[in-house]
Ligand binder design. Structure first.
Ligand SMILES: C[S@@+](CC[C@H](N)C(=O)[O-])C[C@H]1O[C@@H](n2cnc3c(N)ncnc32)[C@H](O)[C@@H]1O
Length: 366
Protein backbone atom coordinates (compact mmCIF):
# COMPACT_ATOMS: atom_id res chain seq x y z
CA UNK A 1 0.00 0.00 0.00
CA UNK A 2 1.34 3.41 -0.88
CA UNK A 3 1.82 6.16 1.64
CA UNK A 4 -0.11 8.87 -0.09
CA UNK A 5 -3.68 8.07 -0.82
CA UNK A 6 -4.38 5.01 1.26
CA UNK A 7 -3.47 4.85 4.88
CA UNK A 8 -2.72 1.41 6.24
CA UNK A 9 -3.91 2.07 9.78
CA UNK A 10 -3.11 4.20 12.75
CA UNK A 11 -2.34 4.54 16.42
CA UNK A 12 -0.80 7.11 18.67
CA UNK A 13 0.93 7.37 21.99
CA UNK A 14 2.52 9.70 24.51
CA UNK A 15 5.47 9.63 26.80
CA UNK A 16 5.57 6.69 29.10
CA UNK A 17 7.13 4.19 26.81
CA UNK A 18 10.86 4.19 27.34
CA UNK A 19 12.54 6.61 24.96
CA UNK A 20 15.07 5.13 22.58
CA UNK A 21 16.19 8.27 20.86
CA UNK A 22 19.73 6.95 20.94
CA UNK A 23 18.95 3.44 19.66
CA UNK A 24 21.72 2.33 17.31
CA UNK A 25 19.46 1.80 14.33
CA UNK A 26 17.53 5.01 14.68
CA UNK A 27 19.03 7.50 12.27
CA UNK A 28 19.30 11.17 11.63
CA UNK A 29 16.68 13.87 11.86
CA UNK A 30 16.66 16.62 9.27
CA UNK A 31 16.09 17.17 5.60
CA UNK A 32 12.89 15.91 4.01
CA UNK A 33 11.38 12.74 2.60
CA UNK A 34 8.95 13.19 -0.26
CA UNK A 35 6.79 10.53 -1.91
CA UNK A 36 5.38 10.36 -5.43
CA UNK A 37 3.85 7.87 -7.82
CA UNK A 38 6.14 4.86 -8.05
CA UNK A 39 7.70 5.67 -11.42
CA UNK A 40 8.14 9.38 -10.82
CA UNK A 41 10.89 9.72 -8.22
CA UNK A 42 13.28 11.07 -10.86
CA UNK A 43 11.14 14.06 -11.91
CA UNK A 44 10.25 14.62 -8.25
CA UNK A 45 13.97 14.78 -7.41
CA UNK A 46 14.47 17.19 -10.31
CA UNK A 47 11.64 19.37 -9.10
CA UNK A 48 12.98 19.44 -5.55
CA UNK A 49 16.50 20.20 -6.76
CA UNK A 50 15.08 23.05 -8.82
CA UNK A 51 13.53 24.40 -5.61
CA UNK A 52 16.90 24.43 -3.83
CA UNK A 53 16.86 21.11 -1.98
CA UNK A 54 19.61 18.56 -2.41
CA UNK A 55 18.28 15.10 -3.33
CA UNK A 56 20.55 12.63 -1.57
CA UNK A 57 18.89 9.33 -2.32
CA UNK A 58 15.85 8.05 -4.14
CA UNK A 59 13.91 4.85 -4.72
CA UNK A 60 10.61 3.86 -6.31
CA UNK A 61 8.17 6.55 -5.22
CA UNK A 62 10.42 8.46 -2.79
CA UNK A 63 13.20 11.03 -2.60
CA UNK A 64 15.28 11.89 0.46
CA UNK A 65 16.68 15.42 0.49
CA UNK A 66 19.12 17.56 2.39
CA UNK A 67 19.22 21.31 2.33
CA UNK A 68 16.01 22.21 4.12
CA UNK A 69 12.89 20.72 5.59
CA UNK A 70 10.85 21.28 2.43
CA UNK A 71 8.12 23.06 4.44
CA UNK A 72 8.87 26.25 2.57
CA UNK A 73 8.52 24.76 -0.93
CA UNK A 74 5.83 26.12 -3.25
CA UNK A 75 3.80 22.92 -3.60
CA UNK A 76 5.86 20.54 -5.76
CA UNK A 77 3.61 18.99 -8.41
CA UNK A 78 5.05 15.48 -8.15
CA UNK A 79 5.05 15.28 -4.34
CA UNK A 80 2.21 13.41 -2.74
CA UNK A 81 3.48 13.73 0.78
CA UNK A 82 6.42 15.52 2.37
CA UNK A 83 7.82 14.57 5.75
CA UNK A 84 9.95 17.41 7.13
CA UNK A 85 12.87 16.39 9.35
CA UNK A 86 11.98 12.68 9.42
CA UNK A 87 13.65 10.24 11.79
CA UNK A 88 15.07 7.22 10.02
CA UNK A 89 14.74 3.67 11.42
CA UNK A 90 16.41 0.53 10.21
CA UNK A 91 15.93 -3.00 11.41
CA UNK A 92 15.17 -6.47 10.13
CA UNK A 93 13.13 -7.53 13.16
CA UNK A 94 9.49 -6.55 13.24
CA UNK A 95 9.17 -6.20 16.99
CA UNK A 96 12.33 -4.15 17.38
CA UNK A 97 11.33 -1.80 14.60
CA UNK A 98 7.82 -1.33 15.96
CA UNK A 99 9.19 -0.65 19.43
CA UNK A 100 11.71 1.91 18.23
CA UNK A 101 9.07 3.81 16.29
CA UNK A 102 6.71 3.75 19.27
CA UNK A 103 9.49 5.00 21.51
CA UNK A 104 10.29 7.80 19.11
CA UNK A 105 6.67 8.91 19.11
CA UNK A 106 6.47 8.72 22.89
CA UNK A 107 9.63 10.75 23.26
CA UNK A 108 8.36 13.40 20.85
CA UNK A 109 5.15 13.70 22.88
CA UNK A 110 6.81 14.39 26.21
CA UNK A 111 5.74 18.02 26.25
CA UNK A 112 2.49 17.64 24.38
CA UNK A 113 -0.92 16.64 25.70
CA UNK A 114 -3.29 15.19 23.16
CA UNK A 115 -6.90 16.20 23.74
CA UNK A 116 -8.49 15.53 20.39
CA UNK A 117 -8.35 13.03 17.54
CA UNK A 118 -5.23 13.10 15.43
CA UNK A 119 -3.87 11.32 12.37
CA UNK A 120 -1.36 8.51 12.73
CA UNK A 121 -0.74 7.20 9.25
CA UNK A 122 1.40 4.28 8.16
CA UNK A 123 2.24 3.22 4.65
CA UNK A 124 4.89 2.24 2.17
CA UNK A 125 6.34 4.28 -0.68
CA UNK A 126 6.36 2.90 -4.21
CA UNK A 127 4.89 -0.44 -5.11
CA UNK A 128 7.27 -2.97 -3.59
CA UNK A 129 5.61 -6.41 -3.53
CA UNK A 130 4.88 -7.52 0.02
CA UNK A 131 5.77 -4.18 1.63
CA UNK A 132 2.22 -3.61 2.79
CA UNK A 133 2.29 -6.83 4.80
CA UNK A 134 5.54 -5.74 6.39
CA UNK A 135 4.17 -2.30 7.25
CA UNK A 136 1.08 -3.86 8.77
CA UNK A 137 3.13 -6.24 10.89
CA UNK A 138 5.41 -3.52 12.30
CA UNK A 139 2.45 -1.28 12.85
CA UNK A 140 0.68 -3.97 14.84
CA UNK A 141 3.61 -4.17 17.25
CA UNK A 142 3.51 -0.41 17.57
CA UNK A 143 -0.24 -0.42 18.18
CA UNK A 144 -0.11 -3.18 20.75
CA UNK A 145 2.54 -1.33 22.70
CA UNK A 146 0.70 1.94 22.68
CA UNK A 147 -2.67 0.44 23.52
CA UNK A 148 -1.23 -1.31 26.51
CA UNK A 149 0.55 1.72 27.88
CA UNK A 150 -1.43 4.68 26.55
CA UNK A 151 -4.92 3.53 25.78
CA UNK A 152 -6.61 6.95 25.91
CA UNK A 153 -4.23 8.48 23.41
CA UNK A 154 -4.34 5.41 21.20
CA UNK A 155 -8.13 5.77 21.05
CA UNK A 156 -7.75 9.33 19.75
CA UNK A 157 -5.63 8.25 16.79
CA UNK A 158 -7.35 8.10 13.41
CA UNK A 159 -6.62 5.75 10.61
CA UNK A 160 -6.39 7.18 7.15
CA UNK A 161 -4.73 10.07 5.44
CA UNK A 162 -6.41 13.33 6.39
CA UNK A 163 -8.19 15.07 3.54
CA UNK A 164 -7.08 18.47 2.35
CA UNK A 165 -3.73 20.01 1.57
CA UNK A 166 -0.79 21.50 3.39
CA UNK A 167 0.80 20.85 6.78
CA UNK A 168 -0.86 18.44 9.19
CA UNK A 169 0.35 17.56 12.66
CA UNK A 170 0.17 13.93 13.69
CA UNK A 171 2.42 10.92 13.20
CA UNK A 172 3.39 9.72 9.76
CA UNK A 173 5.43 6.60 9.06
CA UNK A 174 6.67 5.80 5.57
CA UNK A 175 8.53 2.60 4.73
CA UNK A 176 10.90 2.85 1.78
CA UNK A 177 11.93 -0.81 2.09
CA UNK A 178 11.35 -3.86 4.29
CA UNK A 179 13.93 -2.81 6.86
CA UNK A 180 13.80 0.94 6.51
CA UNK A 181 11.21 3.45 7.65
CA UNK A 182 10.95 7.19 8.18
CA UNK A 183 8.72 8.81 10.78
CA UNK A 184 7.76 12.43 11.32
CA UNK A 185 5.37 14.39 13.54
CA UNK A 186 4.23 16.51 10.62
CA UNK A 187 3.38 15.89 6.99
CA UNK A 188 2.72 18.31 4.17
CA UNK A 189 -0.06 16.90 2.00
CA UNK A 190 -0.25 17.45 -1.74
CA UNK A 191 -3.94 16.52 -1.79
CA UNK A 192 -3.63 13.48 -4.08
CA UNK A 193 -6.06 10.71 -3.21
CA UNK A 194 -7.25 7.41 -4.59
CA UNK A 195 -10.86 7.86 -5.61
CA UNK A 196 -13.70 5.38 -5.63
CA UNK A 197 -14.90 4.28 -9.04
CA UNK A 198 -18.49 4.58 -10.25
CA UNK A 199 -19.90 1.74 -12.32
CA UNK A 200 -21.67 4.19 -14.66
CA UNK A 201 -18.56 6.29 -15.32
CA UNK A 202 -17.53 5.78 -18.94
CA UNK A 203 -13.76 6.11 -18.41
CA UNK A 204 -11.06 5.88 -15.77
CA UNK A 205 -10.45 9.55 -16.54
CA UNK A 206 -13.52 10.14 -14.36
CA UNK A 207 -11.30 9.43 -11.34
CA UNK A 208 -8.91 12.24 -12.28
CA UNK A 209 -11.53 14.96 -12.23
CA UNK A 210 -13.04 13.58 -9.02
CA UNK A 211 -9.57 13.78 -7.44
CA UNK A 212 -8.95 17.25 -8.90
CA UNK A 213 -11.98 18.69 -7.05
CA UNK A 214 -10.23 17.90 -3.77
CA UNK A 215 -7.06 19.71 -4.82
CA UNK A 216 -9.09 22.73 -5.96
CA UNK A 217 -11.40 22.67 -2.95
CA UNK A 218 -14.54 23.06 -5.10
CA UNK A 219 -16.70 20.98 -7.38
CA UNK A 220 -19.51 21.73 -9.83
CA UNK A 221 -22.82 22.51 -8.15
CA UNK A 222 -26.39 22.08 -9.35
CA UNK A 223 -27.24 24.54 -12.12
CA UNK A 224 -23.63 25.52 -12.85
CA UNK A 225 -22.40 25.32 -16.43
CA UNK A 226 -19.42 23.33 -17.68
CA UNK A 227 -17.63 23.39 -21.03
CA UNK A 228 -15.88 20.00 -21.30
CA UNK A 229 -13.37 20.19 -24.16
CA UNK A 230 -12.14 16.78 -25.31
CA UNK A 231 -14.96 15.14 -23.44
CA UNK A 232 -15.38 11.66 -24.93
CA UNK A 233 -16.18 9.09 -23.75
CA UNK A 234 -17.55 11.40 -21.07
CA UNK A 235 -16.05 10.67 -17.65
CA UNK A 236 -15.56 14.30 -16.71
CA UNK A 237 -18.94 15.32 -18.18
CA UNK A 238 -20.63 12.53 -16.26
CA UNK A 239 -18.89 13.60 -13.04
CA UNK A 240 -20.22 17.17 -13.38
CA UNK A 241 -23.67 16.15 -14.63
CA UNK A 242 -24.25 13.76 -11.75
CA UNK A 243 -23.73 16.76 -9.45
CA UNK A 244 -26.51 18.60 -11.26
CA UNK A 245 -24.36 20.79 -13.50
CA UNK A 246 -25.28 21.46 -17.14
CA UNK A 247 -22.49 20.29 -19.41
CA UNK A 248 -21.57 21.04 -23.02
CA UNK A 249 -19.39 18.08 -24.00
CA UNK A 250 -17.23 18.91 -27.01
CA UNK A 251 -15.65 16.01 -28.87
CA UNK A 252 -15.97 14.31 -32.23
CA UNK A 253 -15.84 10.97 -30.47
CA UNK A 254 -18.90 9.25 -28.98
CA UNK A 255 -20.07 9.55 -25.38
CA UNK A 256 -20.59 6.29 -23.55
CA UNK A 257 -21.86 4.77 -20.32
CA UNK A 258 -23.53 7.16 -17.89
CA UNK A 259 -22.67 10.14 -20.12
CA UNK A 260 -24.58 8.82 -23.14
CA UNK A 261 -28.06 10.34 -23.21
CA UNK A 262 -27.63 12.02 -19.80
CA UNK A 263 -30.18 14.88 -19.64
CA UNK A 264 -27.56 17.22 -18.16
CA UNK A 265 -25.10 16.70 -21.03
CA UNK A 266 -25.31 18.27 -24.47
CA UNK A 267 -22.88 16.58 -26.87
CA UNK A 268 -21.39 18.76 -29.61
CA UNK A 269 -19.27 17.14 -32.28
CA UNK A 270 -16.93 20.07 -32.77
CA UNK A 271 -13.25 20.92 -32.67
CA UNK A 272 -12.37 21.88 -29.10
CA UNK A 273 -9.88 24.49 -30.33
CA UNK A 274 -12.64 26.28 -32.22
CA UNK A 275 -15.41 26.01 -29.64
CA UNK A 276 -16.34 29.36 -28.09
CA UNK A 277 -19.03 30.41 -25.61
CA UNK A 278 -21.94 32.32 -27.14
CA UNK A 279 -21.43 36.13 -27.03
CA UNK A 280 -21.81 37.31 -23.43
CA UNK A 281 -21.85 33.77 -22.07
CA UNK A 282 -19.45 32.67 -19.30
CA UNK A 283 -19.13 29.07 -18.22
CA UNK A 284 -18.75 28.38 -14.54
CA UNK A 285 -16.21 25.70 -15.38
CA UNK A 286 -13.74 24.90 -18.12
CA UNK A 287 -12.78 21.22 -18.23
CA UNK A 288 -10.07 20.27 -20.70
CA UNK A 289 -8.58 16.79 -21.09
CA UNK A 290 -7.42 16.81 -24.70
CA UNK A 291 -4.87 14.33 -25.96
CA UNK A 292 -2.82 17.02 -27.67
CA UNK A 293 0.60 18.65 -27.47
CA UNK A 294 0.53 20.69 -24.24
CA UNK A 295 1.98 23.88 -25.73
CA UNK A 296 -0.70 23.86 -28.40
CA UNK A 297 -3.34 23.46 -25.71
CA UNK A 298 -1.82 26.27 -23.67
CA UNK A 299 -1.42 28.69 -26.53
CA UNK A 300 -4.55 28.05 -28.55
CA UNK A 301 -7.08 27.00 -25.94
CA UNK A 302 -6.11 27.78 -22.35
CA UNK A 303 -4.79 31.28 -23.08
CA UNK A 304 -7.91 32.59 -24.88
CA UNK A 305 -10.29 30.96 -22.42
CA UNK A 306 -8.50 32.45 -19.42
CA UNK A 307 -7.62 35.85 -20.92
CA UNK A 308 -11.19 36.43 -22.09
CA UNK A 309 -12.71 35.15 -18.85
CA UNK A 310 -14.88 32.62 -20.67
CA UNK A 311 -14.93 30.56 -17.46
CA UNK A 312 -14.67 31.16 -13.73
CA UNK A 313 -12.86 28.00 -12.72
CA UNK A 314 -10.82 25.45 -14.60
CA UNK A 315 -9.56 21.89 -14.45
CA UNK A 316 -7.05 21.32 -17.23
CA UNK A 317 -5.05 18.20 -17.89
CA UNK A 318 -1.80 18.58 -19.85
CA UNK A 319 -0.02 15.53 -21.27
CA UNK A 320 3.75 15.54 -20.80
CA UNK A 321 4.52 12.20 -22.47
CA UNK A 322 6.34 13.84 -25.38
CA UNK A 323 7.85 16.86 -23.62
CA UNK A 324 10.19 17.39 -20.68
CA UNK A 325 7.87 17.48 -17.65
CA UNK A 326 10.17 19.71 -15.61
CA UNK A 327 10.49 22.14 -18.49
CA UNK A 328 6.72 22.20 -18.84
CA UNK A 329 6.32 22.79 -15.10
CA UNK A 330 8.68 25.77 -15.26
CA UNK A 331 6.69 27.21 -18.15
CA UNK A 332 3.40 26.77 -16.30
CA UNK A 333 4.81 28.66 -13.32
CA UNK A 334 6.44 31.48 -15.25
CA UNK A 335 4.90 34.93 -14.74
CA UNK A 336 3.96 34.99 -18.43
CA UNK A 337 1.99 31.71 -18.35
CA UNK A 338 -1.77 32.02 -18.91
CA UNK A 339 -2.28 30.65 -15.40
CA UNK A 340 0.02 33.14 -13.67
CA UNK A 341 -1.40 36.00 -15.72
CA UNK A 342 -5.08 35.26 -15.22
CA UNK A 343 -5.71 33.00 -12.25
CA UNK A 344 -6.36 34.27 -8.75
CA UNK A 345 -4.75 31.03 -7.67
CA UNK A 346 -3.83 27.77 -9.32
CA UNK A 347 -2.30 24.45 -8.40
CA UNK A 348 -0.42 21.94 -10.51
CA UNK A 349 -0.46 18.32 -9.44
CA UNK A 350 0.62 14.94 -10.66
CA UNK A 351 -2.49 13.26 -9.33
CA UNK A 352 -2.79 9.74 -8.00
CA UNK A 353 -4.91 8.96 -11.07
CA UNK A 354 -2.71 10.87 -13.55
CA UNK A 355 -0.33 9.04 -15.86
CA UNK A 356 2.08 11.10 -18.00
CA UNK A 357 0.10 14.27 -17.37
CA UNK A 358 -0.36 17.14 -14.96
CA UNK A 359 -3.66 18.47 -13.77
CA UNK A 360 -3.90 22.22 -13.28
CA UNK A 361 -6.80 23.58 -11.22
CA UNK A 362 -7.70 27.10 -10.27
CA UNK A 363 -10.04 30.05 -10.34
CA UNK A 364 -9.81 33.20 -12.40
CA UNK A 365 -9.36 36.75 -11.21
CA UNK A 366 -12.57 38.68 -11.86
C1 LIG B 1 -8.27 11.56 -22.74
S1 LIG B 1 -9.67 11.68 -23.76
C2 LIG B 1 -10.80 12.54 -22.72
C3 LIG B 1 -11.38 11.67 -21.67
C4 LIG B 1 -12.48 12.35 -20.94
N1 LIG B 1 -12.00 13.42 -20.10
C5 LIG B 1 -13.25 11.39 -20.09
O1 LIG B 1 -13.32 11.61 -18.88
O2 LIG B 1 -13.79 10.43 -20.61
C6 LIG B 1 -9.20 12.88 -24.90
C7 LIG B 1 -10.27 13.25 -25.89
O3 LIG B 1 -9.83 14.40 -26.59
C8 LIG B 1 -10.47 14.37 -27.84
N2 LIG B 1 -9.85 15.34 -28.72
C9 LIG B 1 -8.57 15.43 -29.13
N3 LIG B 1 -8.42 16.49 -29.92
C10 LIG B 1 -9.63 17.10 -30.01
C11 LIG B 1 -10.11 18.27 -30.63
N4 LIG B 1 -9.30 19.05 -31.37
N5 LIG B 1 -11.39 18.61 -30.50
C12 LIG B 1 -12.23 17.86 -29.74
N6 LIG B 1 -11.82 16.75 -29.11
C13 LIG B 1 -10.54 16.37 -29.24
C14 LIG B 1 -10.34 12.94 -28.29
O4 LIG B 1 -11.33 12.64 -29.26
C15 LIG B 1 -10.54 12.20 -26.97
O5 LIG B 1 -11.88 11.78 -26.87
Amino acid sequence: MRICPVAVAAVAGVAGICALASAPSAGRNGGMLATSQAGYAKPLAGELAGAGLVPREQGPGWVLCDGGSGRELPEPAFAWLRLPAPREFRGARINALGRQIADYLADSLRDERLETVWPCVWGGAGEIAGLTRRVTAVQKTFQDLLRRKLSRVARLARTGMPSGLGPVRGFFVCFTDFDRAFAAREAVLGGQRRMADDAAAPSRSYLKVEEAYGVLGAEPRPGETVADLGAAPGGWSYSAARRGARVVAVDNGPLKGGALGHPGIEHRREDAFRFRPAPGETFDWLFCDLVAEPHQVLRHLVAPWLERRWCRRFIINLKFGRVDPLGLLRELRMPASPFALNAADFRIRHLYHDREEFTVVGGLRP
